[in-house]
Design a binder for this molecule. Sequence first.
Ligand code: PGA
Length: 249
Amino acid sequence: MRTKMVAGNWKMNKTLQEGVALATELKETVKNPSCAVVIGTPFIHLATVAGLLKDSPIEVAAENCADKASGAYTGEVSAAMVASTGATYCILGHSERRAYYHETYDILREKVLLALENNLKPIFCIGEVREEREAGRQNEVVKAQLEGSVFNLTPEQWSCITLAYEPVWAIGTGLTATPAQAQEMHAYIRSLIAQKYGNEAADNTTILYGGSCNAKNAAELFANPDVDGGLIGGASLKAPDFCTIIAAR
Ligand code: PGA
């Protein structure tokens, strides 16, 4: 059976002190979750938060890593550095990174490989923008994103991948995909994985939904057979909301 998961993505929110306070609150509340729980924090929080959560079921993710292993890349943070903090996951391919920081399929392919080489489990994000959905092109967009950056992986590498389907038009907009839209796309993604890696690998791949998933709508999204959990932005910034979403999974 594939892993069910609720993952938070704090994005560029919370000072270190605020992040520690939130992680502490989560640690006190999330003692025995029925799914995997991950929080994605800014780089500078990682070591502190990972240390704080060492004896907790909550795991920690970076929100990005460099596309180079090491060297003269001022301001970048490598996958090895992320792993050295105690973080175990790395969110990659988020639509904000693709749109604002021009992360191409090739760049993301490098990042995924470096994350894997350093024993970080990628949470790889895919999803179409509004114009693509309106033109009925969502399937072709998502397929190209997978083929461009992760379908080069070996079956063994693939087994470390978590996917997050995040329709860009739903991120931070309050516009959630309907449960039927989420299920339809997740089933399509799983069929692509089956074609590439076989039915067993497809069955074992965790596919999260992201995009205005919150304490109110999480349960009906998670009720779909191919929706294995959520990648949560805004609603992961408040412990009670995030805990309600975890309980819905
Ligand atoms: P949101 O963000 O929940 O605030 O829409 C989700 C994401 O971008 O991962």
